[in-house]
Write a protein that binds this ligand. Structure first.
Ligand code: ADP
Length: 357
């Protein structure tokens, strides 16, 4: 009994708001029909729609929009006095305001949902223990667009609630929301593409085979950028003992960075060399490129999260790659390539290392 009382007490503000919306609509209809054609009272239906946005679902809002348009047309048909031409123009303006307001509110809701999804994903990523330090900065970085979305959402609501609604300002607030939501999701997509959100599943695997798989996947990008690729893979390597998929994600990221570093230069031949060697019961993989190289100030920051020199870059690739390699028991570092360009190297344990330990 108490739960049904609780449910009914929860529902009563909803019913009250719905009743207010109906009363407001009836009042607008009476004024719109009772006054002459020159009075465009129907434009106030837009305000009703803004108010109803807090109460109704998306479908409910579309139905309400259709009702508002319907009663606006009905009102113009039965208004007894005034200039009919002015009435038609006013009706057109009112209907445009009703439709635009509904459209903007629906878009705003979609943007809010996108931000909500991004936040939920972020929570999942934050649970990964091995990337703990990194997730703090990822959380910070994703929270910035989310906070901006909330601020722009509030501004958008204020512009819509004005009478008449300031649709232009609302539209630009909405555009900011969509941009920020896009930024938040691209950060998360990049993080997710490098981590499966799980600690490493360490297994034995044939290292060179894993490298060749990644290179085959990256081949189209390498060919498209006119890069000459060579491999020097030591055939006598012991089995690697690490998470194969995570290691492949790191290799893919280093190859992609090498491709991007070479895309920026056009003066010399684009050459990429991938080598694997055994060292102290570990395997060391190196990716050499003939790209822009690493200047001292880039070197100082490039492993920091969200540090990038690229216009479209996010700057999490290297920091996540390093965290992945370390959680697999290896190390990742960079050097200048003596022939120009850069070399990125990482080590992974083998079954021999494990046997020794
Ligand atoms: P992003 O690729 O989004 O910028 P990363 O963390 O992968 O993020 O890289 C950070 C920065 O490190 C890059 O913006 C670039 O300045 C530098 N960098 C990475 N790889 C290379 C490379 N192969 N050659 C030169 N600079 C590189």
């Amino acid at each position: 009994m108490s739960s049904s009382r609780k449910r009914s007490s929860l529902r009563s503000p909803f019913i009250l708001k719905l009743a207010l919306i109906v009363v407001a609509m009836v009042a607008i209809f009476v004024v719109d029909t009772g006054t002459s054609y020159e009075v465009a009272a129907a434009v106030f239906y837009a305000v009703v729609i803004v108010t109803a946005a807090h109460v109704l679902s998306r479908r409910g809002l579309v139905v309400l929009c259709a009702i508002c348009v319907g009663v606006t047309l009905l009102s113009v048909a039965i208004t007894p006095h005034g200039d009919f031409r002015a009435g038609l123009i006013n009706t057109g303006i009112s209907i445009a305001a009703i439709l635009m307001t509904t459209y903007l509110i629906l878009k705003m809701e979609a943007a809010r949902m996108a931000a909500h999804d991004a936040q939920a994903q972020l929570m999942r990523i934050s649970r990964v223990k091995s990337l703990e330090g990194l997730t703090t900065s990822i959380a910070h970085e994703v929270n910035q667009p989310l906070a901006a979305i909330v601020a722009s959402g509030n501004a958008c609501q204020r512009w819509l609630a004005q009478t008449p609604p300031n649709l232009e300002k609302a539209r630009s607030a909405l555009e900011r929301i969509l941009n920020d939501a896009g930024r938040a999701s691209s950060i998360i997509a990049r993080v997710r593409s490098l981590t499966r959100g799980e600690p490493p599943h360490k297994r034995e695997f044939e290292f060179n085979e894993a490298v060749l798989d990644v290179l085959a996947l990256s081949n189209a990008e390498i060919v498209r950028n006119n890069i000459a690729l060579t491999t020097e893979l030591d055939p006598g390597l012991a089995y690697a003992l690490a998470d194969r998929i995570q290691i492949q994600q790191v290799i893919g990221n280093l190859v992609l960075n090498a491709v991007e570093a070479m895309a920026e230069i056009s003066t010399q031949a684009r050459v990429m060399r991938v080598s694997s060697v055994a060292k102290d019961h570990m395997i060391v993989l190196s990716v050499f490129d003939s790209g822009v190289g690493i200047s001292p100030d880039v070197y100082e920051h490039m492993f920091e999260a969200f540090w990038t020199t690229k216009e479209e870059g996010i700057g999490v690739g290297l920091s996540i790659s390093r965290a992945i390699i370390e959680s697999n028991g290896g190390q990742l570092w960079a050097e200048s390539n003596e022939h120009g360009g850069a070399v990125f190297r990482f080590s992974v344990p083998t079954i021999l290392q494990e046997g020794r330990a």
